[in-house]
Design a protein around this ligand. Structure first.
Ligand SMILES: [Mg+2]
Length: 375
């Protein structure tokens, strides 16, 4: 990473916040049905969204929103990797044909990266660490930490997470990396200082800083409103919030979702998306992990070509980054999932231990190729 410290030039391009762009961004939420996205292209997204949220709000009282919440709950169940059934093996086989294992295709991936600078982007939860019941205990193993350290030694590396930077840094504990927390709304890079103390990072971009007071206000309300649902926890990720369903009985998922939507309905400047056993609340700005990826590439001096980004992630929010790579025709997206999922990633890995194997092979290849260049 040291070689790249001096090339960081945080040029913040003004992003055109059109309804269309917003709709595409929102389309990644499984909470919004496809029809909502289509509607947005007709220019009445706001109206439809309100109506949708209202329907969702009506869940549980026999209202018409029940079906919507059911869709959301089904989606949340489907994104849980513990629900693999043996009769789904056939689906899995055909899925794997379209999204082959990044380990099996390692040589092809390396071949496609020839002559280009590999840059790695790593999600944290479910990618570098397993999904555990208590989100505060999502620790990565020492072996994984050593592997990520090796990766960062050989390639510019960024950790991209929905968590706050402070939280994700407390898990990763590695200086010299780029960190994009709060779904890319808080981006920091390494400084030239040799101190390896915490927060040895310089702010590169915080596109949602004006939302801080609102996020803190909604955090307090959500903590209050959800405390009667056993197991529900609200995490403050600085520029966004997470309501965790991991420890909530499935029977209460609908009730919890209803409580959350009731609160967020009062804040039109915030939006709600769904991930793996989590509801995410964030500013309704045209910014996501995909935009963070583009910003980081530009900051690193790879805005144009000759770069081969490898983005590894496991959740809906990572799809924004996979889409960006597809549309740029650069690098590869790798989805971490043991079960078939609709994805824009080209390749897959089953779990964090396969991610570790893949990263180790990447380092080994780099070491070998650097050695052969010296000979
Ligand atoms: Mg994740």
């Amino acid at each position: 990473m040291k070689n790249h410290q001096n090339v960081v030039a945080p040029v913040v391009k003004s992003r055109v916040n059109t309804l269309e762009a917003l709709a595409v961004s929102i389309s990644n939420s499984t909470l919004l049905p496809r029809a909502a996205v289509t509607a947005s292209r007709g220019g009445f997204w706001g109206l439809y969204s309100k109506k949708f949220m209202k329907n969702l709000k009506n869940n549980g009282d026999g209202g018409k929103g029940g079906a919507k919440v059911n869709t959301f709950i089904d989606s949340m169940r489907a994104s849980s990797p513990t629900r693999v059934k043996s009769d789904e093996n056939q689906d899995k086989n055909s899925w794997i044909l379209y999204h082959p294992s990044a380990l099996n295709m390692f040589d092809e991936i390396i071949y496609n990266s020839r002559g280009k600078q590999v840059v790695t982007f790593l999600d944290y939860d479910g990618t570098l660490s397993p999904i555990v019941a208590d989100p505060d205990k999502a620790f990565m193993t020492e072996k994984m930490r050593a592997t990520v350290k090796d990766v960062a030694r050989h390639f510019p590396t960024a950790i991209v997470s929905g968590r706050s930077i402070d939280k994700v840094y407390s898990f990763v504990q590695l200086a010299g990396l780029y960190y994009a927390g709060s779904h890319g709304m808080d981006i920091k890079g390494p400084t030239k200082s040799r101190s390896h103390k915490k927060s040895n990072e310089a702010v590169l971009l915080q596109p949602a800083s004006q939302f801080l007071p609102m996020i803190n206000e909604v955090y307090k309300i959500l903590v209050e409103k959800t405390k009667c649902v056993p197991g529900a926890t609200v995490e403050n990720n600085k520029f966004c919030l997470s309501v965790h369903f991991r420890c909530v009985d499935e029977k209460s998922w609908g009730a919890l979702a209803e409580k959350v939507t009731l609160v967020i309905d009062e804040y039109p400047k915030l939006r709600l998306t769904q991930g793996r056993k989590v509801l995410e609340i964030r500013p309704a700005i045209n910014w996501d992990k995909g935009k963070a990826l583009e910003f980081l590439l530009e900051s690193l001096g790879y805005g144009n070509s000759n770069v081969f980004p490898i983005y590894i992630g496991d959740d809906r929010t990572d799809e924004d980054a996979f889409k960006v790579l597809r549309s740029r025709g650069q690098g590869i997206g790798i989805l971490v999932s043991p079960i078939p999922k609709e994805t824009n990633a080209s390749y897959t890995l089953q779990d964090p231990s396969e991610v570790e194997q893949f990263l180790q092979r990447l380092v080994a290849w780099k070491r070998k190729s650097s050695l052969s260049h010296k000979l």
